[in-house]
Design a protein around this ligand. Structure first.
Ligand code: DLL
Length: 437
């Protein structure tokens, strides 16, 4: 496929009824493929009393059992593959914090579809054939680096395979090579902005115009900060290794939710407590079924990501559903004295407040039977550094968190540079309640 075909109006603006037909035909095939070739699916469908032939319309998917991360771990390393290992040309894995990694595999057709979808996502974000795309997602077992790399090549761009780290060099190469597009986690993009500012380099005057940021939750306030400090249009991209990697969904230039590529994936939102489907527009857990994956077909994967879908048409004309910004994960949610709190909510309250920078960590501790939350946030560089000044900023932030989110917390303002920087996904929570493994 040539790069000119990367915007595919016949697919991206396909009438929804036609899209549903494509989905149903593919869903029937994939459910059969999983059942016939993966012992785990045979056992789980049999246990639930469903057969691939029970799938007559899209809504019938609700009769099929969910797949969870532990299913992949229990079938480590290759037992979830639906094709012989020899047909798998790429293996990725997510490290996870405990236990065995989650292993995923791709056939040549899977890699081809992934490259197409990443190229489609990048094009939607405003990237064009001929652009220099600076790729600061980590290369290796993480899907970010190679996912963006293949997408950029498919688009017909010149990709700079930088990976994470070595920030000073990143800044030099962005300028020298004339990068128009930066791919990175939003926290690392911020780190790049900060190091450039420290060196007296104004990246707003560089060729950079677009940021394609994802792999971790981030807020609208963080977007505004990145737009401003890098002089770009920051666009959100979503994905997960179990389903494919980056490019499962991506924002177009209108930046109002991420188009989920429904010709390759079926999206559902379920109530995380009852596991029942939620009506359109209601928040819940995103569940995804792959429609075309050969090596690793996944039926109803519980992503743990909290979001909602909208079926309102987008101004860009694409008909594929929009997944609104993923605000956090079920398992990221902190419950502080009965109040549910996501790190990204705290972020959206803090970022842009006077005196604080967007670098923060939440520290959770247990005081007797009560959980306590301390927000550590850095003062803005160049601020007065007296303890008094810090205390007054802290009080202001604390007050706003209490008013906006309803949780009481302690806010400790630290000097610039004290919060550890990330090269990939930022660590936002230090949960000191858990004993180290
Ligand atoms: O993070 C794939 C990726 C790479 C996506 C580069 C975008 C850009 P995993 O390491 O398997 O894969 O982590 C997947 O990261 O379930 C979400 O919780 C989170 N996540 C990914 N993108 C976003 C986003 C890659 N745009 C997990 N907003 C997912 C919020 C995100 N969370």
């Amino acid at each position: 496929m040539t790069s000119k075909q990367m915007y595919q109006p016949d697919i991206e603006t396909m009438p929804r009824a036609k899209l549903a037909e494509v989905q149903l035909a593919r869903l029937k095939k994939i459910v059969r493929h999983a059942y016939d070739n993966v012992p785990h699916y045979k056992a789980s469908f049999d246990k639930a009393g469903v057969k691939p032939d029970d799938l007559k319309e899209l809504a019938d998917i609700a009769r099929f059992p969910f797949t969870v991360k532990n299913d992949l771990r229990d079938n480590y390393p290759f037992k979830m593959f639906a094709v012989p290992r020899e047909k798998v040309v790429r293996i990725h894995a997510s490290s996870g914090t405990t236990g065995k990694p989650t292993v995923v595999g791709y056939t040549p057709a899977d890699i081809n579809n992934w490259a197409d979808l990443m190229a489609r996502s990048m094009m939607g974000a405003g990237a064009r054939p001929g652009d220099v795309i600076h790729n600061a997602y980590g290369y290796g077992l993480f899907t970010g680096g190679l996912g963006a790399h293949y997408g950029a090549e498919r688009l017909g761009a010149s990709v700079v395979p930088m990976s994470g780290g070595n920030t000073e060099k990143q800044i030099v190469l962005i300028q020298d090579f004339g990068a128009r597009v930066l791919c990175a986690t939003p926290s690392y993009a911020l780190n790049i902005a900060e190091v450039a500012e420290k060196e007296g380099i104004d990246l707003r005057k560089s060729t950079l115009k677009i940021g394609i940021f994802g792999a971790e939750p981030w807020s609208e306030q963080m977007r505004a900060e990145l737009d401003e400090r890098l002089g770009i249009k920051a666009v959100d991209i979503y994905g997960l290794s179990e389903i494919m990697g980056p490019g499962v969904a991506a924002e177009c230039e209108h930046r109002v939710g991420l188009h989920g590529w429904e010709d390759h994936f079926l999206f559902e939102i379920v109530d995380p407590d009852t596991m029942q489907p939620m009506p359109m527009g209601q928040p819940g857990e995103l569940v995804i079924t792959t429609l075309t994956k050969e090596a690793l077909p996944i039926i109803r994967y519980r992503t743990r990501d909290i979001t909602k879908l909208t079926d309102e048409t987008c101004a860009c004309g694409r008909t594929h559903t929009r997944i609104l910004r993923v605000t956090g994960r079920n398992d990221d949610m902190l419950i502080i004295r009965g109040v549910n709190v996501y790190p990204s909510q705290i972020e959206s309250v803090m970022v842009g407040r006077p005196g604080v920078s967007p670098h923060y960590q939440l520290v959770v501790q247990r005081d007797g039977n009560l959980d306590t939350l301390t927000v550590e946030v850095e003062a803005e560089p160049g601020m007065a550094t007296s303890q008094e000044a810090y205390d007054s900023i802290g009080k202001d932030v604390q007050h706003h968190i209490k008013t906006m989110i309803g949780v009481s917390c302690r806010v400790v303002v630290l000097s610039p540079g004290e919060i550890p920087r990330s090269m990939g996904k930022a660590v936002r929570v230090r949960d000191l309640r858990k004993k180290p493994a």
